[in-house]
Design a protein around this ligand. Structure first.
Ligand code: 2M8
Length: 426
């Protein structure tokens, strides 16, 4: 029998493409932005050069305005994933991308990923960081100038930008979106995952309506956008990555103050998203002007931030009945909610990337005991379910696609003893 480590390496090998790793063989044939961040973090444990390539290949898709796109498309795979490169046309290439890309973005994991990858191989770190630093600084400037127009926190303009596509956080905002998209919705994803575990038809009609609206207006981030949400996980990762850019700048002998100031500003502004009644952070609907009253794992992700004032309260919520009490892994959505669904995508199942971020945050917050428990459950769930995309938080039963990229990568990291953001930033 091969070891779990060897099996994880095999999954990453099987999903290896030209310079990057696809999330999964059938369901996701392209390069995804935050997947590549998590995958690079895992790859640094076994192949630092490949981890560097993973991030450098993603950056080929960067637009002149600084955005790092949600998807960099593999040529000839449009019939296998929708929306494909054909949906977006030449928008990205006209704006400087060296590859066909989506117009949306995903959570900014890249700064911290680049720092961790650099730390894994000090000899090659300076040349690698010289290459990625200007690109990552431009990415964060895009978020600041185009997405955080009203304050310190960035808005997302589509559920796909959160990475937690059909989380209950977006339900009320999506109700306002028309369902008559012009695109013929084919759903090739349903050939690779159970329909009951994926977003529904109504969701897709709205996803496409917003995507067409954004594309047809030149992917401009203006006030006419129909969906504008402030996501706590997206912004926490931005602040963490901004701290990482400060560290990278210091290593390169460049000014650090602007990065540190921005990181602090974002972290301070996150406080506006804290809902005392839920004991966690939540999303803000920038169009309706309200906080969403739902407890999701996204609202726990700020635990990744060093020195977070509310860390203790978050740990209490995380280990309480809404999340970990009675479960093995932290679910994506409140287990006490009437509409919690333990096998339905981002509406209940536990995800490996989220649990990895929380385990890392917990360890840095002095709760290595809880962190180790999560890492043990990740390892067990990956072994039993053939590296599933997501699992039932209580039984660890596998759901979604199998032999999934970030599951394998982050299990490699857990097997190597896990990560400390605090150490990486020191
Ligand atoms: C899922 O999202 C894509 C759209 O980006 C999809 O549902 O087709 C999400 O889980 C997202 O977080 C992830 O990056 C992507 C690829 O693994 O799949």
């Amino acid at each position: 029998m091969v070891s779990l480590r060897t099996a994880a390496i095999e999954v990453l090998e099987e999903n290896r493409m030209a310079g990057f790793t696809r999330p999964a063989r059938g369901l996701y044939p392209h390069q995804w932005s935050w997947d590549s961040g998590f995958i690079a973090i895992g790859l640094r444990r076994i192949a630092p050069a490949r981890a560097r390539d993973e991030l450098l290949t993603l950056l080929r898709g960067q637009w002149r305005d600084g955005r790092i796109p949600q998807i960099v498309y593999t040529a000839g795979a449009d019939d296998r994933y929708q929306p494909g490169a054909d949906f977006w046309g030449d928008a990205g290439r006209e704006l400087g991308a060296a590859a066909a890309t989506a117009g949306f973005v995903q959570p900014p994991i890249h700064g911290i990923a680049a720092l961790l990858v650099a730390r894994a191989d000090p000899e090659h770190a300076p040349a690698f960081l010289e290459r990625v630093y200007p690109a990552l600084a431009a990415w964060h400037d895009y978020l600041s100038e185009r997405r955080a127009r009203d304050g310190a926190l960035a808005e997302i303009v589509h559920p796909w930008e959160s990475g937690t596509d059909n989380t209950p956080l977006w339900d009320a905002a999506l109700e306002r979106i028309p369902r008559d998209a012009a695109t013929e919705i084919r759903r090739p994803d349903l050939q690779h995952a159970d329909a009951g575990e994926r977003p529904g038809r109504k969701d897709y009609e709205r996803y496409f309506w917003i995507a067409e609206h954004y594309r047809d207006r030149g992917c401009r981030d203006d006030d006419a956008l129909p969906f504008r949400m402030v996501d706590p996980a997206f912004n926490a990762l931005w602040a963490l990555s901004e701290h990482a850019l400060a560290r990278i700048a210091a290593l390169l002998g460049r000014p650090v103050a602007a990065h540190e100031e921005r990181a602090e500003r974002i972290a301070a502004a996150l406080d506006e998203l804290f809902l005392d009644a839920l004991g966690c952070y939540t999303a803000y609907d920038a169009i309706a002007g309200v906080l969403v009253e739902r407890a999701t794992a996204s609202g726990l992700v700020p635990l990744v931030l060093p020195g977070l004032g509310r860390a203790e309260r978050l740990v209490t919520t995380l280990t309480g009945p809404r999340f970990l009490d009675g479960a093995r892994l932290v679910p994506s959505y409140d287990r006490t909610a009437a509409d919690h669904l333990p096998g339905q995508y981002w509406r209940g199942p536990a995800w490996f990337n989220v649990n990895w971020m929380l385990a890392t945050g917990l360890r840095d917050a002095g709760r290595g005991d809880v962190a180790s428990g999560l890492e043990r459950a990740m390892v067990e769930a990956a072994a039993a379910g053939d590296f599933p995309e997501y699992v039932d938080p209580v039984t660890l039963a596998p759901h979604g696609t199998r032999r999934f990229g970030w599951t394998s990568a982050l299990v490699l990291d857990a097997l190597a003893g896990g990560t400390s953001f605090r150490e990486a930033l020191a």
